[in-house]
Structures are given as structure tokens and as C-alpha cells.
Ligand binder design. Sequence first.
Ligand SMILES: *Cc1c(COP(=O)(O)O)cnc(C)c1O
Length: 436
Amino acid sequence: MKFVSTRGGAPEVSIGEAIRGGAAPDGGLYVPAAPVRLDPDSLPDGPLAALGARLLAPFFDGDPLAPDLPAICAEAFAFPAPLVAPGAARPNLRLLELFHGPTGAFKDFGARFLMACFDRLGGADGPLTVLVATSGDTGGAAGCAAEGRKAVRALILYPRGRVSAFQQHQLCCWGAPVAALEVEGDFDDCQHLVKAAFADPVLAAAHRLTSANSINIGRLLPQMVYLAAAALRVERETGVAPGFVLPTGNLGHAVAALWARALGLPIGPIVAATNANRTLGDWHRTGAYLPAPSLATIANAMDVGAPSNFERLALLPEPRGQLLVVERVDDDAIRDRIRREHDRSGYVLCPHSATAVEAWERLDPELQSERVWIAAATAHPYKFADVVEPLIGETLTPPPALAAILDREARVRRIPATLEALAAALAEEPAAVETA
Ligand SMILES: *Cc1c(COP(=O)(O)O)cnc(C)c1O
């Protein structure tokens, strides 16, 4: 199995090289060179790890990582993704809870999958260094997944004063070989720094730099697995392929669902739910794709004005037709939905998950009733307690995994937003970096 760039200007590579590289050398994103088809009847019920090893095997075919795929899946899918019904009144709505991992958001799956791959790709020539610019969940999941690894280390850059207290703790609490750098600047400065480091041939080679953001195909592939598991379960139970409602910013989930449907999995219509950022909704309505600066919202992990996976979506046949609806849900509607869902069923949604439930509620009742719809619950509401608690009038208790994070000691190292400062941090031993 080979992978090519969305821009068509890079050599074909196998999955290990695509994961090691992150973006393709021509600036595009890696996609499978040829369509893959699977017989869904051949796929197992049961643990996600077993399904993952079967579902992803064609993508790893011919790569040195292939024999390790079952072990990689066992590391990545070490916690469940239950499908729950929020109250009895809406038999056709299920929530796919993707937040039972160690940092309480679905990014744990992708980060663990990616780090398990990197750890096997690092090896003889010295460790890889993952550089992550983050405004929230990605960095925490990556740090957690890299802790204790031998052949990969992680440096996480986050903007000073722009992340919540819990998020900061979750970025700064991981032991070697992980270090968090608080950058004196905003998220764009963090991203520019990471880009500048990758563009510096000396730094990139000396530290064997690689990335863990959502353009890496090693994050998309595992997202297909839990979507596939949920789809198979509902289809085997009801005889009808379920629809999906996916909260999205960078289109990671949406592309994973579209790829899974193209593989042959029983996935019906796909609805993308965004926050107030309008790039995707406008594109779906008008056909014009106009990236814009991102708008800050209370569903901040989806604050994206230029969705990085758009190139992958655009390459599919009739891209606009791939999504049934792109529903834009602004902050007032998110708050309202969190409040109403809690009043109605007692279920507590995080702001991202609330965009999906709101998008489902806005569907035509006829569409709602023709099949089961699976809305992704992407983060534990505790992570957004400051937003959620006043709306529901209750104090949230952290689940054990998040309580364990709060019990850890956090270490902060601040750097100015310059490449020199980042280079200095990169040059230090991970142990020295993390205790600085
Ligand atoms: C990252 C994230 C999203 C959006 O993911 P996409 O890659 O844009 O699909 C949604 N919810 C939460 C909680 C996230 O952390």
C-alpha cells in the first residue's frame, strides 16, 4: 500500500514514511494512492484493538511497521468508546463517548497510535522529536502518550495565558521525555515557531523533528476504527447503516468517517457540526472555499478558520455531496444545548459535543426517524467545567483519569517566541528540559 500527496508533487511512500514525515514534501497531505475496499462482514465485533488491527492492515501492507500493527493497536485502543443513549425519549440518538482515555478527549486515541508508531520508527538513529503547537487537547494527549517512551520525545508549545488552568496543567505534568514550553505569544506564534524549526534543515535533521498534529495520517487512521466499531454495532443491531454527527474544526473526524464509508463500512449520511467559524458551512452552501482567521469560541478545540484536512476532503468525488449538512452552532446555541440536554436527560455535554447534539436536533424529523444517528462526544465535560458548571448549576467531579492529572506536579518553562529560544530548548536533554 502506497500513499501520495494531495498536491501530486511528492514521491509515493509507505505508511511508516508518511507517518514519519507528517506533511508531504510538496506541502500536501498524504492520502492512500488507491482506494481500499473491505468486506464489513469479515470484521470482528468486540474489542477496538482487534478491529483496528484488521481494519488498518491494508494500509500497513508492505511497511516494516506491519507486523507491529496489532501491538500498536493494543497500545492505542486501551480504553473503551461506549455508545450511550442520553435519556429514553430519543431512541434514534446515541452518543459515542470518546473521552475515556487518560486526558479525557478523543485525541488520546490518535496520539497513542502515533506515539506507538514513532517509538518503533525512532530506533537506531536516535530518538525522534515530536514538536507540537497546541491550544488545548492535542498537546496534552501527545505529552501523555509520549511519557516514558524510549525512541521518541515530545516538546509541546502552548501560548501563554491562552489556555485554561486545567489545560495548562495537562500540558505541563508529563515526565521525561516530554517537556512543555510556554511561549510568550499567541497560538499563531507557536505554530510559526514549529514551522520555522521544521524549515531549518540543521535543526530538523539534528533532532529528527516530526509532528503530531491532525495533518498526520497516523492520527486519521485510528479515528476510523472507533467510528467503524460504532457503525457495525448499530447496523448489526438495527439492519440500517447509522448516520453520524461529528463536531469538527480541522475536519479530522469528518475525513475519517468519509474514508471509513469509502472502505465499505455501513455509514449513512454524515453531518459536520462546527462552532461559529464559518469557513466550512459557507463552502458547503456556496461551493466557495474561503479560509479565514479563526474565531475564538467556547468549543475552542474547533476554533479553525482554515481546516487543515480540507485538501483531503476536496480530493473525494463530489466533495460537497459527501456531507449531508454542515451545521454552524454559535456559542449561544452551544450554551443553550448544554442547558437543555441536562434539564431533559441529566446528560452533561462538553461544548464540542453540544454542537453535534444541536446539529442533530436541527435535522428534519423525517431524517431523524429513518435511522439511528451517532453523535460524537469528543471531550469529557469536566475539561470545560468553567463553561459547563454555570449552565447546569452543578459542580462536576473529575473522572479518575483527570483527577490523576490534577495530582501530578506541573513544571513550566517559558520561552520567548524566537527560533533561538526553541533551538536552545531542543538542544537540552529531555530530562534537563522537563525539570528546568
Ligand atoms: C480536536 C477536537 C475536535 C475537532 O477535531 P477535528 O480534527 O477538527 O475533527 C472536537 N472536539 C474536541 C474535544 C477536540 O479536542
